[in-house]
Design a protein around this ligand. Structure first.
Ligand code: MN
Ligand code: MN
Length: 453
C-alpha cells in the first residue's frame, strides 16, 4: 500500500501511443480555437460539429424522447447539448458538464469611431479581467455582428485571414518612458487609452475628419454599414494570432481563449464520443468573465427550464431529478509558474502536465463566494477518475491572501446539484496568448468522458 501521495506527470506515464493520442487530439482543439474566438463563433462551430453527429435543434415545450440528441441554441451565444439517456433518470439524475466560451477581450464602445492627429481610432471598453498593457503592440482582429438599420445582421471578421489587415494599439517608446515607468501598472495604463488604430489615409478633397470618412467608406463598401450602425453592433477586438505548438518537444500549446475553450472542447468531444446510457447536459455558457449575468449567462433560469422539461418528459419529480444530478464546472485554473513562485503554494496548485485539476473550492480570502464541494462528492469523483485511469490533480488558484476568483459552479450548485470545479491549468491566464500543456487538455477529455459514462 502506498502511504504517501504524489502527483503523476501525464507525459512521463504515457507510452508512445498515448503521446500520439494526446498530440492528435490537440490538432482538433487547435482548429476549434482558430475558428472560435468569441462566444458566438464557438456556439456556431459547436452547432456544426453536433449537427454532423445527428443532433437536432430543440424548442422549449417539446417532449424529449429517450435516446434523443438535441441542442438548444440560446440566442447564438450559449448552447445546451442534451443526450437523453435510457437509464433510470430518477436514480442517476442528469450529468452536467459546463464550460464557458466567452473570453477576456476589448469590446468596441457604441460610438467608437473618431479621428485624432490624422489617424482614425476605435474606442474600446474591456470585457473581463485583463492586464491592460498586454493588449498594446499586438496584432488585433475585429470579430462580431452589426445589426444594420434595415434589421439585417451582418457578421464582421477582419484580421484572421493571412491577407487581411490587422489592428493595433500603440505604446510609448522606452526612450521617453521615464515618467511612465514610475507609475504603477494600474495608473500607467488606462482603459480610455486602449484605442485601436484603424486608419491613417485621408479621403482626397476632404479637410475635416477625412481619415475617419475613409474608414467609414470602406466599412460601407464591405458591410453596407453607416456610422449609426455601431449603435446596434457587438464588435470585439481579439488577438489576431493562431494557436501554435510551444517548445522544441511541442508539449505545450499557446492560444487566445484557452479560458475557457480548453474545457469547452473536451466537454464537447467527451459528449460526442462517450458511450453512455445516462442523460447528459453539456453547456457552453456566455458572460462567465463578467459574472455570469444576463440571459446568456449561467445565472439565467434557462438551465432550470431545461431540467424541468427533462423531468416532465421522463415523468419524474423535478426536485428528485435535481437532487440526483451531478455537475463538473469545467473551467481553467492557474498553473504553477516558477517565475512567479511567491504567488502560489506549491502543494496546492495545478502543475503543468500533471493532468486536469480539480478545485474543490474557489473564491477569495476565506473561501468567500465559493461553492466548496463536499468531501462525499469529491470522494465519489476520485473513485470514478481513478478507476478510469485518468491522471488528475487538485489545486487552488494561488496563495490564500493574494486574490481569488469564481466560476459558474455556485450557480449550478444552488439548484441542489452536487458541483465541483475541474479544468485545465493555464499559464498566463487571461493574457492575449495563454499557455497550456497538451497532456492536460487530453486529460480533461478523459476525465469528462469518465464522468458521463
Ligand atoms: Mn474561465
Ligand atoms: Mn476567466
Amino acid at each position: 500500500m502506498e502511504l504517501t501521495y504524489k502527483k503523476q506527470n501525464v507525459y512521463a506515464s504515457a507510452d508512445e501511443k498515448e503521446r500520439k493520442r494526446i498530440f492528435d487530439y490537440c490538432e482538433g482543439y487547435k482548429k476549434f480555437l482558430d475558428c472560435g474566438k468569441t462566444e458566438r463563433e464557438c456556439v456556431a462551430e459547436t452547432v456544426a460539429m453536433v449537427e454532423k453527429a445527428g443532433y437536432k435543434p430543440y424548442t422549449l415545450g417539446a417532449k424529449i424522447d429517450k435516446g434523443a440528441k438535441l441542442y438548444y441554441n440560446n440566442r447564438g451565444k450559449s448552447l445546451f447539448l442534451l443526450r437523453a439517456g435510457t437509464a433510470d433518470i430518477a436514480k442517476t439524475g442528469v450529468r452536467i458538464l459546463v464550460a464557458h466560451v466567452d473570453s477576456p477581450r476589448l469590446d468596441l464602445k457604441q460610438v467608437p469611431l473618431y479621428e485624432k492627429s490624422n489617424m482614425a481610432y476605435l474606442k474600446t471598453h474591456y470585457y473581463g479581467g485583463i492586464k491592460k498593457y498586454q493588449w498594446l503592440t499586438i496584432p488585433l482582429a475585429l470579430h462580431g455582428v452589426v445589426v444594420l438599420s434595415s434589421g439585417k445582421t451582418v457578421a464582421v471578421n477582419i484580421g484572421e485571414d493571412e491577407t487581411d489587415p490587422v489592428f493595433y494599439i500603440t505604446d510609448l517608446l522606452p526612450h521617453l518612458s521615464q515618467d511612465l515607468n514610475k507609475k504603477t501598472i494600474g495608473e500607467g495604463f488606462e482603459a480610455e487609452n486602449l484605442n485601436i488604430l484603424v486608419g491613417g489615409m485621408p479621403v482626397a478633397g476632404e479637410d475635416k475628419n477625412a481619415v475617419k470618412l475613409g474608414v467609414l467608406k470602406l466599412l460601407n463598401e464591405k458591410y453596407g454599414m453607416i456610422e449609426e450602425d455601431f449603435l446596434s453592433a457587438e464588435i470585439q477586438a481579439v488577438p489576431a494570432v493562431k494557436a501554435r505548438d510551444v517548445g522544441l518537444d511541442r508539449s505545450l500549446l499557446a492560444a487566445y481563449g484557452h479560458d475557457d475553450s480548453v474545457c469547452a472542447y473536451p466537454e464537447i468531444t467527451a459528449t460526442l464520443e462517450t458511450e453512455t446510457d445516462k442523460t447528459v447536459l453539456t453547456i457552453l455558457a456566455d458572460k462567465e468573465e463578467i459574472g455570469s449575468e444576463g440571459n446568456t449567462g449561467m445565472q439565467c433560469v434557462i438551465i432550470d427550464d431545461l431540467l424541468n422539461e427533462i423531468a416532465k418528459s421522463y415523468g419524474v419529480n423535478p426536485a428528485v431529478l435535481r437532487e440526483k444530478s451531478m455537475c463538473l464546472s469545467a473551467d481553467v485554473t492557474a498553473a504553477y509558474d516558477p517565475d512567479f513562485a511567491s504567488a502560489f503554494e506549491e502543494n496546492n496548485v495545478g502543475l503543468v502536465g500533471y493532468g486536469v485539476t480539480m478545485n474543490k473550492f474557489t473564491g477569495a480570502r476565506g473561501k468567500s463566494g465559493s461553492n466548496d464541494a463536499s468531501a462525499e462528492y469529491v470522494g465519489y469523483l476520485r473513485g470514478v477518475f481513478n478507476k478510469a485511469g485518468v491522471i488528475w490533480q487538485t489545486g487552488e488558484l494561488g496563495r490564500v491572501d493574494l486574490g481569488g476568483g469564481g466560476t459558474v459552479a455556485k450557480y449550478i450548485a444552488k439548484n441542489n446539484i452536487d458541483t465541483v470545479d475541474m479544468g485545465v491549468p493555464v499559464l498566463s491566464m487571461h493574457a492575449p496568448y495563454e499557455l497550456v500543456s497538451k497532456a492536460d487538455v487530453y486529460s480533461a477529455h478523459k476525465a469528462f468522458s469518465a464522468f458521463i459514462k
